[in-house]
Design a binder for this molecule. Sequence first.
Ligand SMILES: C[S@@+](CC[C@H](N)C(=O)[O-])C[C@H]1O[C@@H](n2cnc3c(N)ncnc32)[C@H](O)[C@@H]1O
Length: 196
Amino acid sequence: MISAYHPEDFMATVKNAFGITDITREFGSVKYMKEAQALIIRDLVKEYDLSNFLEIGFFHGKSSIYMGAILREIGKGHLLTIDLEGARKKSPNIIDLIDATGFADLITPVFAHRSYTWELAKLIRDGKRELFDFCYLDGGHTFDVTALGVMLVSALMKPGGILVSKILRELESFGTNYCLRLDLRRSEKFPNILGV
Ligand SMILES: C[S@@+](CC[C@H](N)C(=O)[O-])C[C@H]1O[C@@H](n2cnc3c(N)ncnc32)[C@H](O)[C@@H]1O
């Protein structure tokens, strides 16, 4: 018996196969995350069995789809990612990249009107706790936003969850020592894992 050919099934299969190297090939020129950084996150996710991701700051959504590829590879989990309303106007925007990769079942983008801090505060107000075991904090590069942001993220992390950020250096004068400091641009590999 000859089975019917359904082009939509074929396209769904192609999209589901989107891996880290496919993202680099198709969207290499899109800012910001690079493959080397995605691979560091993949190592971390596998080493610590992480699957419930939170991302602050998606910009075009490049880092988000890299994390989508990691979730697809490990076969479980979800990413909640937050940026400002203005990120809708990016070309491509995160909706385009999610559509192109077929990761709509893995990634939920939130466009905040004011700041990610309000979105996290709403979750806490609604009684949500221990939602995430991994957070990539890459938005709101000021001391005051980041200081509050880390407090709010901490309230939503599972015990032992891991926070990765390029901007935690801003908090060094704040004396925080309860989160992972990892500068992905310098590719320091997991120098200080203390958990949250
Ligand atoms: C460096 S970009 C993120 C890059 C992205 N993670 C990647 O690697 O592809 C920083 C993003 O943070 C967002 N951002 C800055 N302040 C924010 C805030 N208070 N709440 C939500 N997003 C914010 C900006 O709109 C910007 O898109």
